[in-house]
Design a protein around this ligand. Structure first.
Ligand SMILES: [Zn+2]
Length: 262
């Protein structure tokens, strides 16, 4: 077995634009949202890691689809949302629960973040300032509301925005450039938004990942966390998508606009 290293998070690209997250210390590993087993097995083999646990945020196949194949090779705990039906879960979790992974010396707090799906959960490593939020908060955007309401999603995003600014946001997709193009339309007068679009475009042009982001960057530039900002409200009014300034109505209008924005 290889040498023990500081605990770290490695992105495993999968499908067209997913990131599967491998948390490891050079010897032991846990994986968040293994939609596909093959790239995980390849990473475990090349880094010489033993997989100790699987963590799931929600039931979509691009997040949980690799679980049966990973379990065919080993018997390990599978943590996941109590309110969603996912084959293979051995430890169902709800907000307020805690996950202890002693082999990795890692503790994760569980948050209920419904909206994208009805039972979606997120994992927070408070000591490391890491957030694994699946398809709830994205770099520059947020997940679509497939099962939840705008009220639920706004409350879920507010919970995540309350984490410390230096918290790293390990979201599950590389959507940042298209999200930031929309962010410029939603808040054209915000220079941080314009600068971030340019910065993220340059990173993609160099072939780099734009995630993880941080909560601080998201609070400054992600329109879905800025539904009370005058600039965002003004754009929604100008588009004829909102009357008044109610933040949940603004969030709903923003999400609807993003759904049709090209
Ligand atoms: Zn999803």
């Amino acid at each position: 077995m290889s040498v023990k290293q500081p605990l770290q998070v490695t992105a495993i690209p999968a499908f067209a634009d997913n990131y599967l997250w491998l948390i490891h210390d050079g010897q032991h590993a846990a994986v968040v949202d293994p939609g596909d087993a093959a790239p995980i097995e390849a990473a475990l083999a090349s880094l010489n890691l033993k997989l100790d646990a699987i963590l799931l945020t929600h039931h979509h196949a691009d997040h949980a689809g690799g679980v049966p194949a990973l379990l065919a090779q080993r018997q390990i705990p599978v943590y996941g949302p109590a309110r969603e039906r996912i084959a293979g879960i051995t430890v169902p979790l709800s907000g307020g629960d805690r996950v202890d992974l002693p082999a990795l010396d890692l503790t994760l707090a569980v948050l209920d973040v419904p909206g994208h799906t009805a039972g979606h959960i997120a994992y927070v490593a408070h000591d490391q300032h890491w957030l694994f939020c699946g398809d709830t908060l994205f770099a520059g955007g947020c997940g679509r509301l497939f099962e939840g309401t705008p009220e639920q999603m706004s409350a879920s995003l507010a919970q995540l925005a309350a984490l410390p600014d230096d918290t790293k946001v390990y979201c599950a997709h590389e959507y940042t450039v298209s999200n930031m193009r929309f962010a410029v339309a939603a808040e054209p007068g915000n220079p941080d938004v314009t600068a971030r679009l340019e910065h993220e475009q340059q990173r993609r042009a160099r072939g780099e990942a734009t995630v993880p982001s941080t909560i601080g960057v998201e609070k400054r530039t992600n329109p879905f966390l800025r539904c009370r900002e005058p600039g965002v409200l003004a754009s929604l009014h100008a588009e004829g998508r909102l009357s008044g300034n109610d933040p949940v109505a603004a969030f709903a209008a923003l999400r609807e606009w993003k759904n049709v924005y090209r």
